[in-house]
Ligand binder design. Sequence first.
Ligand SMILES: Cc1cc2nc3c(=O)[nH]c(=O)nc-3n(C[C@H](O)[C@H](O)[C@H](O)COP(=O)(O)OP(=O)(O)OC[C@H]3O[C@@H](n4cnc5c(N)ncnc54)[C@H](O)[C@@H]3O)c2cc1C
Length: 421
Amino acid sequence: MPAIGAKRVAVIGAGMVGVCAASWLQRDGHSVFLVEAGEPGKGASFGNAGCLNGSSVTPMSMPGVLRNVPRWLFDPLGPLSLRWSYMPTITPWLVRFIRAGSPEKVRAQARALRPLVGPSLEALHPLVAAADAEDLVHRLGHLHVYRSAESLAKDRLAWELRRENGVEVDEFDADELRQLEPALSRDYVRGLLVRENGHTSNPLALVERLLGHFLRSGGELVRTRAHGFRLDGGRLAAIRTGSGDLPADAAVVCAGAYSKPLAAALGDRVPLETERGYHLMIRDPEVMPRIPTADADGKFVATPMETGLRFAGTVELAGLAAPPEWRRARILLDQGRKMLPGLPASHPEERISMWMGHRPSLPDSLPVLGPSRATPDVIYAFGHGHVGMTAAPMTGKVVAELVSGRPPSIDITPFSVGRFA
Ligand SMILES: Cc1cc2nc3c(=O)[nH]c(=O)nc-3n(C[C@H](O)[C@H](O)[C@H](O)COP(=O)(O)OP(=O)(O)OC[C@H]3O[C@@H](n4cnc5c(N)ncnc54)[C@H](O)[C@@H]3O)c2cc1C
C-alpha cells in the first residue's frame, strides 16, 4: 500500500548517485524505478579510488592553476593531459574552469561542498546497514603524503580550506610517517592524516549491494536508455526512453557524465564535461598501504581494496568518445612502485588490470543538485566530479527531501542549474 503523498519516481542512472537517491526515495515511501542504459555500477562508480572523504572540499581549479597547467601538460608523468584535437571543444569549459579558481570563489565552493560531503558516512550508514554492506565501508582515515616541505607549502590554501570548514588534521614528520605506514617510501617527509574520512574497499560491490536491497524492497530496474521527458502543463507526465514513454510523477537525472542531453531536453544548458581518470590494479600485491594514501605531487591515490591494490587518478581531457590511452594507467604503476618500494619492478600481466572512467565535471567543481527550470518534477543530481562516491549519500537524501516536498537539509542554492544561465 503506497504511503499518502507517495509518487512514482524514475531515477535515471544506476551509479552510486542514482542508487543512493533511489534508496532514500524508497525509504520515504515512494514507488521508485531505476532506469539504466548499461550495467548498474559499471560507470564512474566502478573504478574510482573508493575514498569517502568528508574533507574533500577543495575545488579542482585553485588560484595559480594557470601557472601549473602548462608544466603538467608537458610532463608525460604529469597528472593532467589533454588531447589536442579536443582543444576546440573543451576551450569554453577551460575558460570557466580557470575563472572559477579565484581566492573568493574557491572559498565559497569549499563552504558549499562541506555540508554535501562532510556527512557522507553518516548519510550512507542507514543504507549500508539495511543492505548488509557494512563490511564494505571503513572509517580508517585518509593520508596525504609529501616528498618535501616545499610541496606541502604549495598546498597551503587547500589545507586552509579544509581547516576553515571544520576538518581536523594530524601532521606527521618522516619518522612518525614510517611508523604509521611502514610500506611507504622513505622519500616522503610529511604526512597529513584526516581521521574523519572513510573508504569503500569495493565500490562496485557497494553499489550492487545497495541496489540488491532496493530491488528486494520493491524497487524496479528498467534496462533502457532515457532520452527526455513528456510534460503536461509544466508537470511531468512520463520519461521518454528507448522502450517507450514510462509514466512518472517525478524524475531524477543521475546519469553522471551523460546527463547533459537530458538537461538539454528540458532547455537547461550545462557545461558538463568528462575528466577522464584511470586506475591500475595489482591482484595479490606484495605490499599495500593500510589506508587510502594520496601522493600529493603525483595526484594519485593508492587504496587497499578487497580485490587488490588500486592506484587511481590522473585527469585526461578528451571527451566521452575517444578510446582509452592506457599509457596513462601504466604511469600510475610507475608512480605506485615509487610510493611503495616493496612492490617488485615487474608483475605478471595476469595480475594487472586497468580501467578508464568518466568523472562528470562542472567547471566550478560543484554538482548540479536541484529542480530543473522547466518543471519542479525533474530533479538534477549530477556533475559530482572527483567526489561523487563521497557526495552520493547526502545527494540522495536531498533528492528525497525535494521530491517529498520537504525543505532540503542543506543549502543547495550554490548547486542550482541556473548558475550557468
Ligand atoms: C579515477 C577516478 C577516481 C575517483 N576517485 C574517487 C574517490 O576516491 N572518491 C569519490 O568520492 N569520487 C571519486 N571519483 C569520482 C566518482 O567516481 C564519480 O563522481 C561518481 O562515481 C559519479 O557517480 P554517478 O552515479 O554520478 O555516475 P556513474 O557511476 O557514471 O553512473 C551513471 C550511470 O548512468 C547511466 N546512464 C547514462 N546515461 C543514461 C541514460 N540516458 N539513460 C539511462 N542510464 C544512463 C550509465 O550507464 C551509468 O551507469 C573518481 C573518479 C575517477 C574516474
